[in-house]
Design a binder for this molecule. Structure first.
Ligand code: ADP
Ligand code: MG
Length: 688
């Protein structure tokens, strides 16, 4: 049987037999665009379908595979418009089992009384006679395929388990072979299976042990390539000795201007930074601190020290709104100290930008705050000595490096509210030191959090009104910008119309989303800051950093759509002033899992605890924002749970790069090709 038009792995999935344009679109949703994607679409878990059972052997709650004859007519009971129940009896030599399905119209024609089929489902023995709901039905001749360890794939609407199973079967039955990028010697050395064995067994394992061997091989390759890519783009300045160390700076003049005293945690971190700067090694420090712990001030003090040493400093934030906020807050202090501060974002006009660049080159500007716009090529400094990245998880490694490369030897500080385990941090950021701000400024009362469904709508709205009447302001966050019928989410625009014209028509309601022009966004934020807007409806553009003490309520629509870390970040937008603040998580998702996840938010106000839970529930890919930060998403590897393989692959990568820095040796040719295919232009050091 010829399945493919050609054996091209990059071939569009649409042309694989049994797919076609409609199914292809659905598969695209799963990230499957090519034949290769399909082959690399790995099962999430496996079911043990190795044993064929007799009905009398069923245990309560057990997943069973068995053959039986349909021994009664199919009975249909129409409960209401969308609910029909199909029941029948099936029997083998040992007993009778009741079978129940819901809304499976095709059953009437598929199951024929007196015929024998293969079934798989969960046995329920609680009511005497065994009963199985929603069993999967196969023809007898499918037995050899179905019996064994059965892969379970992540799905999307319109793509069933069975369909994917058959599709993968088709592909792997065609004996298509992949070239192994590792040589025999390499595989022997690191105890790795051959790639085709691994691929086949990860989908259709011959034993549970084979799954481990297969996964181990595939994960190793993913992590290995990732490590090499990282090595090629990592800051080469890390750990470098400095020619001139910083002299000690008295920060009292700066501290005197502040309306508050630093917390002890802030003071400690400032000391650590001071120590780094005056040592002979270039600083590479990550400052972790929960939302609202006061990282900005720590950054400001570091910049002050750099400037007092005659250097320029630069601070990069992920959004214009946040960059503006930093600028507004910090420039007022710096101006008083005779330090010149400027800001560059995508809304800076050409003319202003040129003025700033000129002044930067003449050292007339000491501190430059901004967004990604800072890393553009035309921004040149006179004597850049310190670079700070705020909310680092929003940036790629390359972006951070690019800003640092604008100076000779540049001290770096990265700040995050996202706690990252040390081992992982080292992989992602190189050999860096970590400081933790583990104390909140005094006088903050924890935000009161409540999970509510649509039945509380009126109550919530009345509460919001009472808060506004007391002079407070409200944030409402929605997951999407445009209405998505399929998901039925409350979009910013629809909610805005409804609230402005109806629910909250006596108040000032505005909206904000990522697709608006920066100028518009800034204007709205400015008006919100001035309390000219009562309710601000937005997407997660306000997720990071924004600090408006008068805003006391954060309402999050479809809260179950967000990760806990994101929810915690959003919640961190309130509780920033002296007023009691509230976070209302709206969700009509009734699933136990979703409820449980949101309940964690009610119970904990600690970003670290929440992060830990989120990690357990969702895995690190989503959590660390690896996707946003330009890090690859792994198909199989999990940076946390696969720590052993990670370590091994790291050693292997190091060894390879030490021996063959630019991957020029013939034996490494395939590795290099794979690397470029995967990471392409992100690679800088490895010569093409
Ligand atoms: P984050 O760590 O989330 O970046 P910020 O730096 O934005 O937090 O600080 C949150 C708020 O706390 C700001 O309004 C800031 O002025 C204030 N703040 C910072 N340090 C202190 C302190 N030691 N005492 C009181 N308020 C502080
Ligand atoms: Mg911040």
């Amino acid at each position: 049987m010829v399945i493919y038009l050609s054996l091209d792995l990059e071939q569009n999935i649409q042309y694989v037999k049994g797919v076609g344009p409609a199914k292809a679109l659905l598969l695209n949703k799963l990230g499957i665009y090519t034949l290769k994607d399909l082959m690399e679409y790995y099962p999430r878990v496996y079911e043990d379908r190795t044993k064929l059972k007799s009905i009398s052997e069923f245990l309560n709650g057990e997943q069973v595979l068995f053959t039986a004859v349909v021994s009664a007519p199919i009975h249909v009971q129409r409960i209401r418009k969308n609910l029909s129940i199909y029941t029948t009896l099936v029997s083998d030599d040992t007993g009778v089992c009741k079978m129940t399905w819901y809304n499976q119209t095709y059953l009437k024609t598929k199951l024929i009384e007196g015929e024998k089929y293969l079934f798989y489902g969960k046995a329920d023995l609680k009511h005497g006679r065994p009963n199985i709901e929603s069993a999967q039905i196969y023809n007898l001749e499918d037995l050899p395929k179905i019996q064994g360890i059965y892969p379970i794939y992540p799905l999307t609407a319109g793509i069933t388990q069975n369909y994917l199973f058959k599709l993968e079967n088709l592909v792997y039955d065609s004996n298509i072979l992949i070239e192994d990028i590792f040589s025999n010697e390499f595989r022997k050395k690191y105890e790795l299976a051959e790639i085709n064995y691994a691929m086949r067994n990860v989908h259709f394992p011959s034993s549970f042990n084979a799954i481990n061997v297969a996964r181990n091989r595939i994960i190793f390759e993913e992590l290995f390539l990732f490590q090499i890519a990282l090595m090629s783009i990592k800051n080469s300045g890390i750990g470098v000795k400095k020619t001139t160390v910083f002299k000690d700076v008295d920060v009292t003049p700066f501290l005197k201007l502040l309306p508050f005293e630093l917390t002890n945690a802030q003071k400690n971190v400032v000391e650590e930074i001071k120590h780094d700067l005056s040592s002979d090694k270039v600083m590479n420090r990550l400052v972790q601190g929960d939302v609202g712990s006061g990282k900005t001030m720590v950054a400001a003090l570091a910049m002050y020290m750099a400037v007092k040493n005659g250097y320029q400093a630069s601070m990069m934030a992920p959004t214009t709104i946040l960059a503006n906020q930093h600028f507004d807050e910090l420039s007022k202090y710096f101006e008083k100290l005779g330090i010149n501060t400027a800001i560059i974002t995508s809304s800076t006009t050409k003319k202003t930008k040129k003025e700033i660049v000129d002044k930067l080159k003449n050292n007339e500007i000491n501190i430059l705050i901004g967004t990604h716009s800072l890393i553009e090529d035309d921004i040149e400094f006179n004597n850049l000595g310190l670079v700070i990245t705020d909310e680092q998880h929003r940036f790629g490694v390359k972006q951070r490096m690019k800003l640092s490369s604008k100076g000779q030897t540049v001290e770096t500080l990265v700040m995050t509210a996202t706690p990252i385990p040390r081992t992982l941090a080292i992989i992602l950021y190189g050999d860096l030191d970590i400081s933790i701000i583990d104390e909140m400024p005094p006088g903050r009362s924890p935000v009161i959090t409540a999970v509510r469904d649509e039945s509380s709508e009126d109550k919530i709205n009345n509460f919001l009104k009472s808060q506004i009447n007391e002079g407070r302001q409200i944030y409402i966050v929605c997951p999407l910008v445009e209405e998505n019928e399929e998901l039925d989410l409350n979009s910013v625009q629809t909610l805005f119309e409804k609230y402005k014209n109806d629910t909250f028509k006596e108040y000032s309601v505005e909206f904000l989303h990522g697709k608006m022009k920066n100028k518009e966004k800034d204007e709205i934020m400015q008006r919100f800051k001035e309390n000219k807007i009562n309710i601000l409806i937005s997407t997660t553009v306000i997720e990071v950093g924004i600090s408006i003490p008068n805003a006391t309520v954060m309402v999050i629509e479809n809260a179950d759509r967000f990760g806990l870390a994101a929810l915690h970040q959003l919640r961190g937008r309130v509780g920033r002033g002296k007023y009691q603040s509230y976070c209302i998580l709206k969700s009509s998702n009734r699933s136990v899992n979703a409820r449980e996840r949101l309940k964690i938010m009610e119970k904990s106000n600690s970003g670290f605890d929440i992060a830990q839970k989120d990690l357990e529930l969702r895995g690190p890919g989503d959590f660390f924002g690896i996707r946003q930060s330009g890090m690859p998403e792994f198909k199989l590897a999990n940076l946390l749970t696969d720590a052993t393989i990670l370590k091994k692959s790291q050693e292997a990568a190091k060894e390879l790069v030490t021996k063959d820095k630019n991957l020029e040796l013939e034996e490494n040719k395939k590795i290099k090709e794979a690397l470029f295919k995967k990471f392409g232009e992100q690679l800088t050091n490895i010569a093409t």
